[in-house]
Design a protein around this ligand. Structure first.
Ligand code: FES
Length: 102
């Protein structure tokens, strides 16, 4: 299992907003909400469109291309046309650093 890697400063991510980062050639979208940060692969499971182009509503992120929604914590699909989850990664806050483990 890999180690946690610092990928962003907590202040870099607006509340209920997004930030994209790349870690080991994987594009990630970070979402900050209610004192937590979630890390998802920045690729919709429907047609691989970047989720970072979408928006966060509550505990879900919506893909802007066709409207699929995914749970921030699990990546599970919550609305069609997506039927497969997006990958999520363990994420933690250490001081003001956001760290992800692939
Ligand atoms: S590519 Fe995301 S819903 Fe179609």
């Amino acid at each position: 299992m890999s180690e946690f890697t610092t990928v962003a400063s907590l202040d870099d991510i607006p509340e209920s907003g997004l930030k994209t980062v790349q870690l080991d050639s994987i594009n990630l979208v970070l979402v900050k909400r209610d004192g937590r940060v979630y890390a998802l692969e920045d690729r919709c499971s429907h047609e691989e469109f970047p989720l970072s182009a979408g928006e966060v509503t509550g505990d879900q992120i919506t893909c802007v291309l066709h409207g699929a929604r995914f749970d921030l914590a699990s990546g599970a699909p919550k609305a069609l046309p997506a039927v497969l989850p997006v990958r999520t990664f363990e994420c933690r806050i250490q001081g003001d650093e956001v760290q992800v483990r692939l």
